[in-house]
Design a protein around this ligand. Structure first.
Ligand code: SF4
Ligand code: ZN
Length: 309
């Protein structure tokens, strides 16, 4: 089938507007990201960007497009990767991250759970099970990783943290928060944060907010970003995976489900932010990081595991 835009190239994907060839698709994807960045005022010329890189397709695609903007605007940028110690998976992804950063000339740093917490996420989970601390592997991994990312990005002078969340991720998060979360958590969704929560908290922006998983995967293949197209082996155990499967089924039966869910969330977010503003954010009395409670989630959890960090 010929591309609907240039009418010359053979199509590589069929989107709502019709079939697109490789060249037109790459342009379409980049334009969609630029529009999202502009519409949600994600960047100012003075911003220092920190790319939070997992080494997977989404974070690398986001960094690929945004580093292009940052270079043109002569903005400072750097990348941070975090190794939680998932064997046979994260090392491969972090190798991809290193190569990607070297090719694009992006300075990067990699931090590990072992250096930070003395143990990998898997080892910490073992302790949690032994002590009867109820926490899921992915919740633990997420809070411990976010702490490193935010603190190190801040230390290195970042003013924005670029994350790779795409439309499918946001639909999953919306469904997860609707069924298991709270209005406060839902108020934090969206392509860019609302009012600054705390000066120690680096605002996260999601330039791939309207790009689907399939589009992002194809983009990385077409522009030659080498990545492992495989999720973490522990994702199977997570509620996110369950939400993902549920939404995939709904999307097959009722096409457009994910996009409608995200669009409806976008309409709700301003109301949620007004009604459920998350209140004052203080500093954790133990580690000094931004925290809603007197002690932050990381310190509370590590305390229960009797881990000093
Ligand atoms: Fe961590 Fe879970 Fe993600 Fe694996 S799937 S990297 S354990 S949050
Ligand atoms: Zn703390």
């Amino acid at each position: 089938m010929k591309c609907i835009l240039c009418r010359i190239g053979e199509s590589v994907i069929t989107l709502q507007q019709g079939p697109l060839c490789a060249e037109c698709f790459v342009r379409y994807f980049q334009k969609k990201v630029y529009r999202t960045v502009r519409k949600y005022r994600m960047l100012t010329k003075d911003d220092v960007l920190c790319f939070a890189l997992s080494g997977g397709k989404d974070s690398l695609a986001a960094a690929y497009v945004l580093s292009g903007i940052a270079k043109k605007q002569k903005q400072r940028m750097f990348a941070i990767g975090v190794d939680e110690g998932v064997k046979g998976y994260r090392e491969v992804q972090l190798d991809d991250m290193r190569k990607f950063c070297k090719e694009l000339g992006i300075e990067y740093r990699i931090f590990t759970f072992r250096e930070e917490y003395g143990k990998t996420n898997g080892e910490l989970m073992g302790i949690a099970r032994k002590k009867g601390v109820e926490i899921s592997r992915c919740t633990l991994c997420g809070i411990l990783r976010r702490r490193i990312l935010n603190r190190e990005a801040r230390k290195l002078g970042a003013t924005k943290m670029v994350v790779g969340h795409n439309l499918d991720d946001e639909a999953e998060t919306a469904l997860m928060n609707l069924t298991k979360g709270s209005p406060e958590l839902m108020a934090r969704l969206g392509p860019s944060p609302g009012a600054a929560m705390h000066e120690g908290f680096i605002p996260r922006i999601k330039p791939l907010y309207f790009c689907t998983n399939a589009e992002t995967e194809l983009f990385t293949k077409l522009v030659g970003i080498k990545v492992l197209y495989k999720p973490c082996p522990h994702r199977r155990e997570s509620f996110r995976e369950y939400a993902d499967r549920t939404l995939d089924k709904m999307e097959r039966d009722y096409p457009g489900t994910k996009s409608t869910l995200v669009q409806n969330m976008l309409r709700l977010i301003p109301v949620l932010r007004k009604e459920h503003s998350s209140g004052k954010v203080n500093e954790c009395s133990r580690c000094g990081e931004p925290s809603k409670g007197r002690v932050c989630k990381v310190c509370l959890t590590l305390g229960k595991l009797r881990i000093r960090a």
